[in-house]
Design a protein. Structure first.
Length: 405
């Protein structure tokens, strides 16, 4: 969106873009629609959460053709049906899939599970060779303590003097006693609730909700509105505040590369951007470049996995089995290796990146393990190009950890 107006308050106003997915009704494909644009489940018996999504085809199969969609999923989740069948009579009728978490009795971290939809066909060829479609499922553990906040329609948006919004709060597992969850805002929003467990707070204490062993699984709906009396601090106008997140690295699903130094063989130049209507083509301000050598500056990487309740397995090593050999941190329930076809004429142009974290040219690396019974192996630690040895620190957690060097 681009805004042009004679009103200087609106001229060149920033407006969020809207991404639209367009399916061609002349091309065979799978259409997967999630509830509130996401899929999340919580394991358990009392208070378990299931979720649903729908699957349909984008175009009609040939007369007499039977299209079967097979759902392949992780062992931590279950689905209401492993196979969906479509014909030319029901291809555009959404079929509902219910997703649930498998109750295993083991403390685990919140993680992302996957459902892959594979298509096969019989009695026709219009849906032969259709690409797989994947769906991510957030799985919350019902055997470890946690607080679950569920936003209505997947987001929370309020307008000063107008539209408000709401979200739900509950616990993920039964506590031994009362649990009070305080609601801390930055002053821009006001919260309220008609739930009897809600405490509006005062000038000295924030609003809160108190759960007990008998109602921990019952959601408390929190109403959110914009604070009309909020006055921003000019010194904080460019400061982005992020919410507190658990210290777990299992959400790193793809390869992550951390470079502590600017190697001369890497292109870090800025590329030309796509200019939308009403956007300026003026060059950006030239930043002040301060050249500080590695003998003065400190590149410090902290890998915080200390919120993990799982029995994690991790490894620090030098991997020569990937395309560009490097020092890596793997395991800790992070994603695995990724092989990418670079798309050149060379049939052997696949590049393999290490799963987890690949790092280079660091002065300090600190890793903090969680509360489970972790196993960690160190086979190699790096040095910089100038022979400076990276200082590696490994902090064990509260469990019975085993570290092998």
């Amino acid at each position: 969106h681009g805004v042009l107006s004679d009103d200087p308050n609106f001229n060149e106003l920033a407006v969020a873009n809207v991404a639209v997915t367009v399916f061609d009704d002349d091309a065979p494909n799978l259409i997967i629609l999630e509830t509130d644009n996401s899929t999340a489940v919580l394991e358990g018996t009392n208070g378990a959460i299931t979720d649903q999504y729908t699957v349909q085809l984008s175009s009609s199969p040939d007369p007499g053709e039977i299209v079967t969609v097979t759902l392949v999923h992780d062992s931590q989740i279950d689905v209401s049906s492993d196979n969906l069948t479509f014909t030319d009579a029901n291809w555009n009728v959404p079929q509902t899939v219910t997703v649930s978490a498998v109750l295993d009795g083991l403390p685990e971290n919140t993680f992302i599970a996957g459902i892959v939809h594979q298509t096969s066909t019989a009695g026709g060829a219009s849906y032969a060779g259709v690409a797989e479609a994947s769906l991510e499922v957030t799985v919350y553990d019902g055997d470890s303590p946690g607080v679950l906040a569920t936003e209505s329609e997947g987001s929370t948006l309020v307008v000063e003097g107008g539209h408000g919004d709401q979200y739900d709060l509950r616990l993920t597992s039964q506590p031994a006693g009362a649990v009070t969850v305080e609601i801390l805002t930055d002053g821009q929003a006001l919260v309220s609730s008609s739930d009897s467990r809600f405490n509006a707070g005062s000038d000295t204490e924030p609003p809160s909700v108190t759960f007990t062993p008998s109602n921990w699984w019952m959601p408390a709906t929190i109403e959110v509105s914009a604070n009309p009396n909020f006055e921003p601090n000019p010194a904080q106008r460019f400061v982005k505040h992020f919410p507190i997140q658990p210290h777990t690295v299992n959400r790193i699903r793809g390869p992550l590369v951390i470079e502590g130094g600017a190697s001369p063989d890497r292109d870090r130049s800025l590329k030309l951007a796509v200019i939308l209507p009403a956007e300026s083509t003026d060059p950006p301000l030239q930043p002040e470049i301060v050249d500080v050598g590695d003998d003065v500056e400190i590149d410090f990487l902290q890998v915080m996995n200390d919120s993990s309740v799982f029995d994690d397995v991790g490894r620090l090593s030098y991997r020569a089995d990937i395309t560009t050999p490097a020092h890596t941190l793997t395991g800790l329930d992070m994603g695995g290796d990724l092989t990418v076809d670079m798309g050149t004429a060379d049939p052997n142009d696949d590049v393999t990146f290490s799963g987890g974290i690949t790092y280079n040219e660091l002065e300090v690396l600190e890793i903090s393990l969680g509360t489970g019974n972790d196993s960690f192996e160190v086979t190699s630690t790096p040095s910089r190009e100038d022979a400076f040895q990276t200082w590696t620190m490994l902090n064990s957690g509260d469990g019975d950890d085993v570290v092998t060097v």
